[in-house]
Write a protein that binds this ligand. Structure first.
Ligand code: 5GP
Length: 191
């Protein structure tokens, strides 16, 4: 496949902004998109499947991939937990003639955007406000008070980078944010 067909969509946002819901909507409605399966050292949650949601691996296995230069980017997103995009994950999708969609953190998104340049469309999903984000995280009810504050502090920091991306979509109403994101992707695909 020629370089110009090797396009990718990067979705990034602070935790709780709705990026996973938007990614699911896009994958359900655009068969030409395929989810880029990241590697992580965190344990699977709920019904998550190895090779589908993530490539779950030990820290030793992850570090071997780092040494072999197998990652396009990787980060310690949370204390002690690695997440990374394997070059092979994107290559598999391109080999199938599809376009990868990456759901990754803000630092990772900036790193990939730098490497892929015009081949990538990076979209930052903005929560309506820190207050709304706080309500959403509280509703999720999976975090302790301390952990929630950590996520909120991190979110405020990440939001400060929103102008680094190709586009910003504010997720006030999920359906509208999904449609707006889809329109941006359609325009990028047709270029
Ligand atoms: P979770 O543990 O909730 O699945 O993900 C935690 C965070 O890590 C999310 O913001 C997610 O987007 C991000 N993440 C997932 N995969 C990658 C990756 O390959 N690289 C980076 N930098 N972040 C990732």
């Amino acid at each position: 496949m020629s370089e110009q067909h090797k396009k990718a969509i990067i979705l990034t946002a602070p935790s709780g902004a709705g990026k996973t819901s938007i990614t699911r909507f896009l994958l359900a409605n655009y068969p030409q998109l395929a989810f880029s399966v990241s590697a992580t050292t965190r344990a699977p949650r709920g019904a998550e499947q190895d090779g589908v949601d993530y490539h779950f691996m030990s820290p030793a296995a992850f570090e071997t991939h780092i040494k072999q230069n197998d990652f396009l980017e990787y980060e310690m997103v949370y204390e002690g937990l690695y997440y990374g995009t394997l070059k092979s994950a994107l290559d598999h999708i391109w080999a199938e003639g599809k376009m990868p969609i990456l759901d990754i953190d803000v630092k990772g998104a900036m790193a990939i955007q730098k490497q892929l340049g015009d081949q990538a469309l990076s979209i930052f999903i903005l929560p309506p406000s820190i207050e709304v984000l706080k309500e959403r995280l509280a509703k999720r009810n999976t975090d302790s008070e301390e952990k929630m504050q950590m996520r909120l502090d991190k979110a405020a920091y990440e939001i400060s980078f929103n102008n680094q991306f190709n586009a910003v979509v504010k997720n006030e109403v999920l359906n509208t944010a999904c449609e707006e994101t889809a329109a941006l992707i359609q325009e990028f695909i047709s270029k």
